[in-house]
Design a protein around this ligand. Structure first.
Ligand SMILES: [Fe+2]
Length: 235
């Protein structure tokens, strides 16, 4: 069977080995990649799991008895193909740390408080115009041990699941004006400065809701010269 989905990355993507990002030294392949043919189950299998995506899953501030601490934000944007056409009906999943910079994960031992009202995971499906929208709280910066005094800029992880498992893309969204950008090897592993800017959301007053939440817009372009760079890892 010929490949149905492209395996090619985009020029904007970071290299698999980027020495300043230390864990890529052990995770990047040492041998040439072996091409395994795409199979019917991979290209046609269901990708949403066993239950439908519920609208409330897009609001990360309403998953517990109380509201999470932190700065409430709205994050929205469009999923676009290389021609600027919206990509509807695509599953968008996000995960993030809490406002103090801590994930609910056994590996995360950063001495910052967990928030009993914040899990940090949500999902939604793009509408007919390719629009996704989440309500959440702004994640904090956190230390990650890559080198002395290594701190990640505030970010939200995004997974985009197209029509099959083979079309999953993973990337990170950042916030404008973060002072940690020049120091972050993950952000800077994307070689092109303009491509790095495409990972940064923009503050938008029209999305901002009075007395409620700040609004950020981030469009995601799947391919082509304006493509959003992909992520090598989940730090
Ligand atoms: Fe992270």
């Amino acid at each position: 069977m010929d490949d149905v989905y492209s395996r090619a990355g985009d020029k904007a993507d970071p290299p698999l080995l980027y020495p300043d990002y230390r864990s890529t030294a052990v995770r990047s392949p040492r041998q040439p990649l072996i091409t395994i043919p795409q199979t019917i189950s991979e290209i046609t299998g269901p990708v949403y799991g066993h239950s439908d995506v519920r609208p409330e899953e897009a609001d990360l501030t309403r998953q517990h008895a109380g509201e999470p601490l932190g700065e409430r934000i709205i994050v929205t944007g469009r999923l676009l193909d290389e021609a600027g056409r919206p990509v509807p009906n695509s599953l968008v999943e996000i995960w993030q740390c809490n406002a103090a910079g801590r994930y609910i994960h056994a590996v995360d031992q950063h001495p910052a408080p967990l928030d009993p009202n914040f899990t940090g995971a949500g999902r939604c499906v793009t509408d007919a115009n390719g629009v996704y929208r989440f309500v959440t709280i702004k994640p904090g910066a956190y230390p990650w041990g890559n080198h002395l005094n290594a701190w990640r800029p505030a970010h939200i992880h995004f997974s985009l699941l197209g029509p099959s498992f083979l079309t999953r893309l993973v990337t990170q969204m950042y916030f404008p004006g973060d002072p940690l950008f020049p120091f972050d090897p993950i952000f800077n592993s994307v070689p092109d400065a303009k491509a790095r800017e495409r990972m940064i959301s923009r503050f938008d007053m029209d999305t901002t809701k009075p007395e409620w939440a700040l609004g950020y817009i981030w469009d995601i372009v799947l391919r082509g010269p304006a493509a959003t760079p992909l992520d090598n890892d989940n730090d």
